[in-house]
Design a protein around this ligand. Sequence first.
Ligand code: 5AD
Ligand code: SF4
Length: 455
Amino acid sequence: MSETASAASKKLHIKTYGCQMNVYDSERMADLLRPLGYAVSDQAEGADLVLLNTCHIREKAAEKVYSEIGRLKVMRQEKEARGEGRMTIAVAGCVAQAEGEEIMNRAPAVDLVVGPQAYHQLPELIARTTRAKGERLKADFAPEDKFDALSTERQVSGPTAFLTVQEGCDKFCTFCVVPYTRGAEWSRPVASILEEARSLASKGVREITLLGQNVNAYNGLEVDGQESTLPRLMQALSEIEGLDRIRYTTSHPNDMTDELIRAHAENPAVMPYLHLPVQSGSDKILRAMNRKHGRQAYIELIARLKAAVPNIALSGDFIVGFPGETDKDFEETMDLIRTVGYASAFSFKYSKRPGTPAAAMPGQVDEAVADARLQALQALINEQAQAFKASLVGQTIDVLFEKPGRYGQQAVGRSPWLHAVFAEDAAHLIGQIVPVKIVGVGNNSLIGELEKVHA
Ligand code: 5AD
Ligand code: SF4
């Protein structure tokens, strides 16, 4: 995101924590502030405005924000001592939403607190805080206002991009803060998404990832007032010239309709990859988590997916050490992982979040036990991820080259299953989708060779 700052421009540093939706929001905040003369810098040092776009999902994520504010306070003093003017410190994102008052009290250095639904107000809020020194502001609003206020014109930084189509969650898993920080499920209208996607495609974007906390529950309105669905939205997006690949994340098993499964089989732009968190393999724990589905239903859903889309790769999220989780419950999770088979997964130790029902549940699990379970689970997922990569060796797959590699004319791209693929002499192919022969496996990547015709 770095840009050359003209002498007259102000320096903006954005630090993004957490999920891909925060990455999207940070890009949009940069878009909003650019017309005010703010150019993005990857250094906090000397910045006129620092925006911390925060995550509240786990305890550690929130704590990191407070220590970062401490570091920024020192940089602000140094900047002022150099006679370079004041550094404005703003906290955005989910910690801002959940702990706005607390931030104001605990961190007096913060000038501005702005929730994820209110950041379209940033230009005005910043003007106010910088005009009236010492005025501290806090803002939160509804998402409709935000998307109406944001331009659908996007700056891009390569051939892949995120595009938020849905926000919020009505599922209320008992461990999760998202329904409180991001609010109720809400889908953007189709027309505004298509407009933003056209802007991205016209600037060379070939792959978009549609974002939403519950993206497969997407039901935004068509121009005629009818409710759309995610597969229908993806059909319309795939008709845009240049948009060859579509992904979406994150999905809930209960919103995985037959129509959506068919889209994977029938729409070639929809990538054969699905992030479908299950969290646990134990029915007892799934019930305590209020996941609203059982183990068998998830396994059967995966079987239907694999039958319809034989080359689909799966990813998931897992929580170990949820209150009441016994060795037997954990073994059921491991067994589910063996049954399903994952190409990748995120796994976390349960983190007690204030205000969520699970925080008050009996049977909180010992830290050391949770650590051991996490390690065992990650080892199993790693094994499966490595085996999947090894199965691709010798095959020729389509790779979208994204950016320069580590040296020379090397470039790094993406496989249909989201692996990074390194290939020599491919720098001239950045922005293109090209067949690549897989010849080796790295730790987190694949090694590819170009077919002669492209080399
Ligand atoms: N503790 C640990 N992990 C959590 N997640 C959400 N809330 C918590 C929590 N309190 C995980 C879930 C979710 C992912 C985004 O983060 O696995 O799918
Ligand atoms: Fe959180 Fe559950 Fe909603 Fe996902 S589905 S955002 S885990 S409440």
